[in-house]
Design a protein around this ligand. Structure first.
Ligand SMILES: Cc1cc2nc3c(=O)[nH]c(=O)nc-3n(C[C@H](O)[C@H](O)[C@H](O)COP(=O)(O)OP(=O)(O)OC[C@H]3O[C@@H](n4cnc5c(N)ncnc54)[C@H](O)[C@@H]3O)c2cc1C
Length: 401
C-alpha cells in the first residue's frame, strides 16, 4: 500500500463511501471531517432514497449499475439490514415518435422491460403517468439510507479511519506558490500514483490540508472536497472554480392512507415531471421542482406544495385530497453533464474532488466512493470512466441544468 494521508471534508454519503473504500484498502491514514454533530444530516437524509439506474449519462449510469449490484449483495460484514428493497421502478417517458432512451439500449437481459398499458395499470393502479412508453426496472427500488450510511461509517471506523463530527472546516491550508514541484515529487512515490503527472504542472502552490473551526489544523497529502452543496465554495477558497450548481428540491409525504399498497413500485414520470412511492403508510411524492439556491439559506417553499397538488390531481387522482404529513426541501448539487466530479484538481495540487452527485447520490453511492479511492491510491480505473469524471472538464452549463 502506498503512503500518505487523506483528509475528507464532508460526512454525507459521498465522504462516508470514500472513507469506507479507503479503509478497506488498509492503506493511507484517513480522517473524515463533518461540520454537523451527526453524519449525513444534509442531502443524505433529505432525499427520496430511490435506486434509479435509468440514467442518460453513460458514466453515471455505469456507477449506478455497479452500486445496484453492491446494494443487492453487500459484503457479509456490512450490516444486518438489507440495503435495498427491490420493489421495482416504472419509468414513463417520451412522446410517441421519440427514440427509446439510451438506458434501454445497453441494459442486461431482463433489467429493463417495456410495459404494455395493461401491465402498467396492473403494476401501478394508482398512477396515470403521461409518457408515451413505460419501462419496468425490476431490480431498482428503495434504499435503506440509514443502513447504508451506517455500514460505510462503521466499516471505515473499524478499518482505522478517524471520524470527526461537529468540526466544520473553515479553510483549506495553502502551500506557498512555487512549492508545487517539490510537492509532486514527494507525492509521486506516495499516494498520487498515476495522478502525479497531472499534478506536477499545477498552477498554484496547492493544498496541504484543512483548518477547523476550533483552530486545529490537519495536514494531509490529499484534501478531498466531498462537501455537497458547499463544495464549490470550499474549492473557490483554494483558487479553483468548478461548474457546480446548487439547487433545491422538495418532497412531500401524505398522511397514512389505507388505500396505499406498500408493494407498489416507484413510479417516475419523466415526461410530466413527478415521481411517487409508498412511504410510512402514505405516499412520498416529488414534483421534480428545481430552483437555484444558496445552500446556507435552504428552506421549504410552501408554494411548491401547490405544484405538487396540481400534479397529484392530474396523475395520482385518488390522492387529490390527501393531507400532507411531511414536507421538506433538500439540496441537489448539479453538474452540466449530470456526471459527478471525481478526481484530482488539474490546477491545484493536493486537492481532490468528490462532488456534484446531483440527483443520484444514493444510486451511485458505493461505486463513486470506490472509484475515488481507486484514483487516490493509484489502482487503475477504466480510462473512459476516469475521463468522464475529470473534475476540470469544464463543460458548458446547459441552459436549464
Ligand atoms: C429532494 C431530493 C431527493 C433526492 N432523491 C434521491 C434519490 O431518490 N436517489 C438518489 O440517488 N439521490 C437522490 N437525491 C440526491 C442525493 O440526496 C444527493 O446526491 C446526495 O445526498 C449527495 O451526497 P453528498 O455526500 O455529496 O452531500 P451531503 O449529504 O449534503 O453531504 C455533504 C456534507 O458535507 C458537510 N460539509 C459541508 N461543508 C463542510 C465543511 N466546511 N466542513 C465540514 N463538513 C462540511 C455537510 O455538513 C454535509 O454533511 C435527492 C436529493 C434531494 C434534495
Amino acid at each position: 500500500m502506498r503512503e500518505g494521508k487523506v483528509v475528507i471534508v464532508g460526512g454525507g454519503i459521498a465522504g462516508a463511501s470514500l472513507a469506507y473504500a479507503l479503509g478497506r484498502r488498509g492503506g493511507p491514514e484517513v480522517v473524515l471531517v463533518e461540520a454537523e454533530r451527526t453524519f449525513g444530516q444534509h442531502s443524505t437524509s433529505r432525499n427520496a432514497a430511490i435506486l434509479r439506474t435509468a440514467i442518460e449519462a453513460d458514466a453515471t449510469r455505469r456507477l449506478a449499475r455497479e452500486t445496484a449490484a453492491f446494494l443487492a449483495d453487500p459484503p457479509a460484514d456490512f450490516g444486518e439490514h438489507p440495503l435495498l428493497e427491490a420493489c421495482g421502478l416504472i419509468v414513463s417517458e417520451g412522446r410517441p415518435k421519440d427514440p427509446a432512451p439510451i438506458w434501454t439500449h445497453d441494459a442486461n437481459e431482463g433489467t429493463v422491460q417495456r410495459l404494455t398499458p395493461s401491465e402498467l395499470a396492473r403494476r401501478a393502479p394508482h398512477a396515470q403517468p403521461r409518457g408515451a412508453r413505460a419501462w419496468w426496472l425490476p431490480g431498482d427500488g428503495k434504499i435503506d439510507i440509514a443502513a447504508l450510511l451506517d455500514g460505510f461509517l462503521r466499516g471505515a471506523r473499524e478499518a482505522g479511519v478517524e471520524l470527526l463530527s461537529g468540526t466544520p472546516v473553515t479553510s483549506l491550508l495553502r502551500r506557498p506558490d512555487g512549492l508545487s514541484g517539490g510537492l509532486s515529487g514527494g507525492l509521486s512515490g506516495g499516494l498520487s500514483g498515476g495522478l502525479s503527472g497531472g499534478l506536477s504542472g499545477g498552477l498554484s502552490g496547492g493544498v496541504r490540508g484543512v483548518e477547523l473551526a476550533d483552530g486545529r489544523q490537519i495536514e494531509a497529502d490529499w484534501t478531498v472536497v466531498a462537501a455537497g452543496g458547499w463544495a464549490a465554495a470550499l474549492g473557490a477558497g483554494a483558487g479553483t472554480r468548478m461548474d457546480l450548481e446548487v439547487t433545491r428540491r422538495h418532497l412531500l409525504v401524505t398522511g397514512i392512507d389505507v388505500s396505499v399498497d406498500e408493494t407498489w413500485p416507484v413510479v417516475w414520470d419523466d415526461r410530466a415531471g413527478w415521481y411517487a412511492r409508498p412511504e410510512s403508510g402514505g405516499l412520498l411524492i416529488c414534483a421534480c421542482d428545481q430552483t437555484v439556491v444558496d445552500p446556507d439559506a435552504l428552506a421549504a417553499d410552501t408554494d411548491v406544495k401547490l405544484a405538487v397538488a396540481r400534479k397529484v390531481a392530474e396523475h395520482l387522482p385518488r390522492f387529490a385530497d390527501a393531507p400532507a404529513a411531511h414536507f421538506w426541501a433538500g439540496l441537489r448539487t448539479l453538474t452540466a453533464d449530470d456526471v459527478p466530479l471525481v478526481g484530482a484538481d488539474a490546477d491545484v495540487p493536493g486537492l481532490f474532488w468528490l462532488a456534484g452527485l446531483g440527483g443520484h447520490g444514493m444510486t451511485i453511492s458505493e461505486a463513486v466512493g470506490r472509484t475515488a479511492a481507486d484514483l487516490l491510491v493509484g489502482t487503475p480505473v477504466d480510462a473512459e470512466l476516469e475521463h468522464a469524471l475529470r473534475p476540470n472538464r469544464r463543460c458548458v452549463p446547459a441552459p436549464n441544468a
